[in-house]
Design a protein around this ligand. Structure first.
Ligand code: LLP
Length: 427
């Protein structure tokens, strides 16, 4: 985990730098990302899955050029889901063959760009897209490696999954009613596509491995049907991302080696039963790699006690830098990090500066009752889906991402400025 300690005054230090210095130099709010922690998590996934599997980091969790270089150095591949993510990956030198391109509505221009660049795989999400990608690959005189994304009838919710008979959602092609088998049949007939496997992603922030078990079982069932019908054994299956992390002390995440072991055992067992060659497995963790590696550093502004209720603690950011609380009812923790305090804890709600009452960062939190304007507080586990989902709501400027390592800090994504905002406003 993060190299976080406290000095004798209770000031939090990360990657060898104390947060007061970080706040002075880079301002607040800021996402503070521990490079060593990121690299060691990436490496742990890589090592756990070994040579017979591939790890694709899901760029949607957080993507920047520095991160792409770290991933590339640590031997991971990259999952992108838009032209913007693809451009970032390519501009940071990720080899195209190590990129997978996802999305339920990739534009023709995006597909063309991906095929031209030579991405290692495009994950096909619909019947129309099978034809669209085949057409573009043929036009460009190439054969594109593709996977077919299927929905296996398992819907993962935050802490558990429920099996659904029908998939009522926009991603993938349902296994139900033979639709996925039909998609594979069509794709196999198209010379400009090389069908390398089946893809399944069951959801996010999952702790229970049984959803993956059901998914693996059903995907292997499809591989068997394909073998029986076409005499083709597809060489790969991708089981997606979705492994949960600890946002609060109630969460108990699995380690990469446990996940790797469980997934490869399930797939091997299912393939043996179906008398299939075991395919190469790939996974796409995003949150599990980057989520725990960063915290958001805020400065406390107004502290407003409401008699008999709680104290509202306003920070200098909010739903524009962390939409997850408002959007998913996500839970976070928070701590005073610029000093120690012996004061009694008080019940607070940490809120942002936006003109909206749902602008909540941490819904229920205990903080010392002597908390005052100017104190620094930190919200851990904001590495995933915070900067990447940040907005300019109320024309609030998006915070920087500051990477720390060995006592050095450097900005990897700079703070937005008013000039940045006004540059787009050309009316
Ligand atoms: N692969 C595919 C095809 C995905 O759709 C996703 C996430 C991932 C991998 C990575 O999932 P992870 O390991 O990071 O859970 N914005 C939401 C999460 C949406 C995730 C969408 N797809 C959040 O803040 O929780």
């Amino acid at each position: 985990s993060q190299t976080v300690t406290r000095d004798e005054h209770g000031v939090l230090t990360v990657g060898g730098i104390d947060v007061k210095r970080l706040a002075e130099e880079y301002g607040t709010p800021a996402y503070v990302l521990d490079e060593d922690d990121f690299r060691s998590r990436a490496r742990a996934w890589r090592t756990a899955f070994g040579e017979n599997a591939d790890v694709f980091y899901a760029g949607k969790a957080f993507l920047s050029r520095a991160v792409v270089r770290w991933l590339s150095e640590e031997g991971l591949n990259l999952d992108v889901c838009s032209g913007g993510e693809l451009a970032t990956a390519l501009s940071a030198g990720m080899p195209a063959e190590r990129i997978a391109f996802h999305g339920n509505n990739k534009s023709v221009a995006e597909i063309r760009r991906a095929v031209e660049a030579g991405v290692g795989r495009i994950v096909l999400d619909s019947f129309q897209e099978i034809v669209r990608v085949a057409h573009i690959a043929r036009e460009l005189g190439t054969r594109q490696r593709v996977q077919i994304r299927v929905t296996v009838g398992v819907e993962a919710h935050t802490h558990e999954f429920i099996a659904t008979a029908h998939e009522d959602q926009k991603f993938g092609i349902p296994l139900a009613g033979g639709q996925a088998a039909e998609a594979v049949r069509r794709a196999l007939q198209l010379d400009s596509l090389e069908v390398i496997g089946i893809h399944s992603h069951i959801g996010s922030q999952i702790f229970d491995m049984s959803g993956f078990e059901v998914a693996a079982h059903r995907v292997v069932g499809l591989l068997k049907d394909i073998r029986d019908e076409h005499g083709v054994e597809l060489p790969e299956i991708d089981l997606g991302g979705g492994l949960g992390i600890a946002y609060t002390s109630d969460d108990d995440p699995r380690e990469p080696h446990e996940i790797a072991k469980a997934l490869s055992e399930i797939v091997t067992r299912e393939c043996e039963a179906a008398k299939l060659r075991t395919p190469r497995i790939s996974v796409e963790p995003g949150r599990a790699i980057v989520g725990p590696t960063a915290f958001t550093l805020y400065e406390v502004g107004t502290v407003k006690p409401l008699d008999g209720l709680r104290t509202y603690v306003s920070v200098d950011g909010g739903m524009s830098d962390n939409i997850r609380t408002a959007l998913y009812d996500a839970e976070y923790s928070v701590a005073l990090v610029s000093r120690s305090s012996d004061a009694e804890p008080m019940l607070t709600r940490v809120v942002g500066k936006h003109c909206e009452s749902g602008d909540i960062v941490v819904k229920d939190a205990f903080l010392p009752s002597d908390l005052a304007p100017g104190d620094l507080i930190a919200v851990p586990a904001t590495g995933a889906y915070c900067r990447s989902m940040a907005s300019n709501y109320n024309h609030v400027l998006r915070p920087p991402v500051v990477a720390v390592k060995d006592g050095q800090a450097r900005v990897i994504v700079r703070r937005e400025t008013e000039e940045d905002l006004l540059r787009l406003d050309v009316g």
